[in-house]
Design a protein around this ligand. Structure first.
Ligand code: GDP
Ligand code: ZN
Length: 461
């Protein structure tokens, strides 16, 4: 196990109010003592822990002042890593934190790897793997709901569920042992098989229940990849603006793969939409025209949802028909906009072209139809009501894959029980189920996987 002392800049690069350099490990406080000068000449060890102390960071080689700081010493074991932790709050911006990090490294710390602080928290047993992963997800969350799901996971909701599951699997294994110990007693065997079946069915159902949240979990985490389509002037920008107005929480704007496509996170009443190509929409340009039919088709194919806008005050045009071709076999919701004007195209007319689609009358001018749109999206993508705050939602592909494996194991064990197969046939599957579940919270996980998980973290966390 690592026992050296690590250090990293914990705040994001750039101009900011403060910057933080963080140290963790046995030498943290000794290193800090070498470079910190407070008003009184007291060692940090002898100052109150978990309190900010004012002073300066000095380069001990030449007594040069590096920056004015507040420093805090958090004594092991009740810290993020469970080790001694020191945090130096200095002025924001890139120079101060870099200078301080350099001094810290010159005085005995090693630069931390990605996620190494959290990895130590995991290695030292303070959190399990799902909680460590939740830390990462919290940092990278782009929507409120995604953040809430991760927070729930960090608090240990998923860990607990996995522990309960594994205890049930252990009970099954105990039944197996009992049968192996008394191989000739038929009634022992019969009872054991019955109990195993009961336990197995509980495990199966619980895993299935968890897996049923995975689709919502993916959407919550990644956003519902949505494209808004329609010929020019039908009201796409107005729709986009209405969505933005109602939901100020635009979390981020990330550049897409090509420069003319951007994605924007919007929170539509709890549903995170990742709207593609808003640049085009907002500049009152037509996506299809802007990027070409093939690219538009590709976007529609890759997306989760297309919202297609038509103008109720006009007849359906050839341009409309092209768009209908693009979306008619895709998950889409059709909006018939401008219903406040004299109507030339009705829902019934559109139905002829798009028989299986939900078509909604809207008027962006009057702000009508958005609620129906929200409800339609909810019904389309979330089974029942997704209560994000207090339920466990699987939003991690690694967890999902392991649950699928564990489900298959238990399914096979149940089949063997059903067919009265020899006990060791059953045992293999049940043991594998136990291991696969253990990999979720890190009880039975290889070092390579741990390394891979933490390498996705950012430095300083
Ligand atoms: P886009 O080209 O598809 O993005 O369409 P815009 O959102 O820019 O709207 C084009 C024009 O239609 C603008 O003048 C809007 O004010 C108007 N418009 C949008 N929605 C409605 C609506 O529901 N009713 C009416 N009467 N006008 C609308
Ligand atoms: Zn527009």
């Amino acid at each position: 196990m690592d026992i050296d002392t690590i250090a990293a800049i914990a705040t994001a690069p750039g101009e900011a109010g403060i910057g933080i350099v963080r140290l963790s490990g046995k030498e943290a406080v000794n290193i800090a003592d070498k470079i910190f000068r407070g008003k009184k000449d007291i060692s940090l060890k002898n100052r109150e822990t978990r309190k900010l102390h004012y002073g300066h960071i000095i380069d001990p080689e030449n007594d040069k002042t590096i920056d004015e700081v507040l420093i805090v010493y958090m004594k092991a074991p009740y810290t993020y890593t469970t080790e001694d932790v020191v945090e130096i709050n200095c002025h924001g911006g890139i120079i101060s934190v870099r200078r301080i990090l350099e001094i810290v490294l010159n005085n005995g710390a090693r630069i931390a790897e990605e996620g190494e602080f959290t990895k130590r928290a995991f290695m030292n047993g303070r959190i399990d793997l799902t909680q460590a992963e939740a830390v990462m997800d919290l940092i990278s969350a782009k929507t409120d709901s995604s953040f809430d799901v991760s927070l729930n996971q960090l608090e240990g909701a998923l860990s607990k569920e996995v522990r309960v599951l594994r205890e049930s699997v252990l009970k099954m294994l105990a039944q197996i042992e009992a049968t192996i110990d008394f191989p000739d007693e038929d009634d022992v065997e019969e009872m054991a098989y019955e109990k195993m079946q009961e336990e197995g069915e509980f495990i199966f159902k619980t895993i299935e229940g968890l897996l049923s949240t995975a689709y919502s979990g993916k959407i919550i985490k990644e956003g519902l990849k949505t494209i808004i389509l329609g010929k020019p002037n039908v009201g796409k920008s107005s729709l986009m603006n209405a969505i933005l107005r109602e939901n100020r929480a635009i979390v981020t704007e990330i550049p897409g793969t090509t420069r003319d496509i951007i994605e924007e996170y919007v929170n539509l009443n709890g549903i995170p939409l990742r709207i593609v190509d808003t640049a085009g929409i907002r500049e009152t340009e037509d996506i299809v025209e802007k990027i070409g039919v093939d690219r538009a088709k590709e976007l529609v194919d890759k997306g989760d949802l297309a919202i297609v806008v038509f103008d109720a005050s006009e007849e359906i045009s050839d341009e409309d028909k092209n768009i209908i071709e693009l979306v008619k076999n895709k998950k889409s919701i059709i909006l018939l906009n401008k219903t406040d004007l004299e109507i030339k195209t009705s829902i019934e007319t559109l139905k002829n072209y798009l028989p299986n689609k939900t078509i909604l009358n809207t008027s962006m001018l009057k702000g009508e139809g958005l609620e129906k749109l929200e409800k339609t999206i909810k019904d389309m993508f979330f089974k029942g009501d997704v209560k994000i705050n207090d339920s466990i939602i699987i939003n991690n592909v690694r967890h999902k894959d392991l649950l699928l494996k564990a489900k298959k194991n238990i399914e096979e064990a149940l089949e063997s029980i059903e067919m009265n197969m020899p006990i060791d046939c059953i045992e293999v599957d049940v043991k594998e189920c136990y291991d696969n579940l253990g990999e979720i919270n890190g009880d039975t996980v290889g070092e390579d996987i741990i390394d891979r998980i933490f390498s996705d973290f950012c430095i300083g966390k």
